[in-house]
Design a protein around this ligand. Structure first.
Ligand code: AMP
Length: 501
């Protein structure tokens, strides 16, 4: 029996005599050398008693060894469980208690504080440093053979960011990951000549699966940067052919005068996802470079669902069409809505996860018996088949009984004089239940008059959609993937209207 992910993604590295990773210090690592790293780790995991189905949790800095650990787990049928290095020990304790891994890797600086947590859950604790030094004794990888697995076997558990309630562990199978990587490599026309500029974290689906697995399927290579550092990214750009990023990467690139038509002429593709790319960023990038950023939409539970076309029109403000083999529908109360109506985005296909780890009730709430996953995103399909996302269902505002989609208000606010960007939220209000509230950031050098900005919406929006108040912040709060933290804003301003009425 085969091991689907090892066979398709990692076994071919053995023959890859050319570069797989370009490293920040100028060193390169061939595919074959990376395969040796995988084999040594895989044998070491086996020697440590890790068996098929065991979870291996990793809270470590991005490094080639950390990436090889993902591959090593998958190759022996273990379940890889990456954790954001920013999580506090208390948060890690929750994940360890929920997932009960056999083995935990952490940064050496966290060893002392995580040791009692590991002991409590009978997990072995090892360290993995930012420079790739690992405390687990490495084994000889010669003659390594993978463990056989079925396509439905778990390859990874990724915890969702959990802005409401406890974070949930999305169970992803070999088949989920492989089917999506194959579709993306084909859609985005990856070849072994591609060099991907990889500045994303590898604890999240975007950097770990979308970027890495797609490169592996194509036997391409990556410039593997520890994080998004503008100088390092600009320096790496001339050697790259493709970049994948979150929207903030693009706004930061646009801040640099070095981003020009000429400096990006050799690039084949820029991809954006994980958070909405503002139409303004899309058009500014196009005007400056001649490249239309390709926006796609996915999530931890489903891998990628939609993509703007590689060859056809890449339309700003949309996330494109469903990928081949992915079905997408818009529903309300479980019933499918006609084209053009706004409702819950549901998806079905080989990309969709098998449920939340040890949370059968939550799984049943979101994943129907016939395979449809309620994404929690609200959106619509336009008359050309492009999907538009209007926001998370939990961010929908119901003011005086009327639905307000924040995106509609944000688009107008963003266009108002002096406004850089905006976040529209609903806050508790004694009369309306919820009232629309806007958080604005100013364009460089602008001084915002919130009254004037709100007045500019008159005549453009129904009264009930217009924010009843606004504040100005220097920046919107964002997480590591560039998503605006609306839950945080709702908390920060929770008593605004109870105070002022
Ligand atoms: P995560 O599970 O962290 O990848 O977050 C998934 C969520 O990010 C989705 O459910 C969407 O709300 C959001 N998201 C991802 N890509 C896009 C996009 N291109 N436009 C708007 N929202 C997006």
């Amino acid at each position: 029996m085969a091991n689907p992910l090892y066979d398709a993604l990692f076994a071919p590295l053995r023959q890859q005599t050319w570069t797989f990773l370009h490293l920040p210090d100028g060193a390169v690592m061939s595919g074959a050398a990376f395969h040796d790293m995988i084999a040594q780790l895989a044998q070491a995991l086996r020697a440590a008693g890790v068996v098929q189905g065991d979870r291996v949790a990793v809270q470590a800095a991005k490094s080639p060894r950390a990436l090889a650990l993902y591959a090593a787990c998958v190759s022996i049928g273990a379940v890889y469980l990456p954790l954001n290095p920013a999580y506090t020990p208390a948060e890690v304790a929750y994940f360890i208690g929920n997932a009960t891994p056999r083995l935990i890797f952490c940064d050496p600086s966290a060893q002392a504080v995580l040791a009692p947590i590991a002991t409590r859950h009978q997990a072995r604790l090892e360290t993995l440093a930012a420079n790739g030094a690992v405390s687990l004794p490495l084994a000889n990888g010669d003659g390594f053979a993978p463990s056989p697995c079925a396509g439905a076997d778990l390859a990874a558990i990724l915890y969702t960011s959990g802005t409401t309630g406890r974070s949930k562990g999305a169970m992803l199978s070999h088949h989920n990951l492989l089917s999506n990587a194959q579709v993306l490599a084909q859609m985005w026309q990856f070849t072994d000549g591609d060099v991907l500029l990889h500045a994303l974290p590898i604890f999240h689906t975007h950097g770990l699966f979308v970027a890495t697995n797609t490169v592996l399927v194509a036997r391409a290579s990556m410039i593997f940067l520890p994080s998004f550092d503008l100088g390092a990214v600009l320096a790496a750009l001339p050697q790259s052919t493709v970049m994948m990023g979150v929207p903030t990467f693009y706004t930061r690139l646009l801040d640099s005068a070095q981003i020009t038509r000429q400096s990006t002429q050799h690039m084949r593709l820029f991809v954006s996802g994980s958070a909405p790319l503002r139409a303004e960023t899309h058009s500014a990038f196009l005007a400056r470079t001649g490249h239309a950023i390709l926006e796609r939409y996915g999530m931890t539970e489903t891998n990628m669902n939609t993509s703007n076309p590689y060859a056809g029109a890449r339309r700003a403000g949309t996330v494109g069409m469903p990928l081949p083999s992915v079905e997408l529908r818009i529903t309300e109360g479980g019933a499918e809505l006609p084209q053009g109506a706004v409702g819950m985005i549901e998806v079905r296909g080989p990309n969709v996860f098998s449920g939340y780890w040890q949370m059968p009730e939550k799984t049943a709430e979101d994943l129907s018996a016939d395979g449809w996953f309620r994404t929690g995103d609200l959106g619509m399909i336009d008359d050309q088949g492009y999907v538009q996302i209007v926001g998370r269902a939990k961010d929908l505002i119901i003011s005086g009984g009327f639905n307000v989609y924040p995106k509609e208000v944000e688009l107008l606010l963003d266009a108002a004089h002096g406004v850089q960007e905006s976040a529209v939220i609903g806050l508790p209000h004694p009369d309306f239940g919820e009232a629309v509230f806007a958080v604005l950031t100013p364009q460089q050098g602008a001084v915002l008059d919130t009254g004037a900005v709100l007045a500019s919406l008159q005549g453009q929006l129904a009264r009930y959609k217009q924010p009843k108040a606004a504040v100005v912040l220097p920046d919107l709060p964002r997480n590591a993937m560039g998503k605006v933290q609306k839950a945080q804003l709702r908390k920060d301003y929770a008593d605004w209207f109870s105070k002022s009425s």
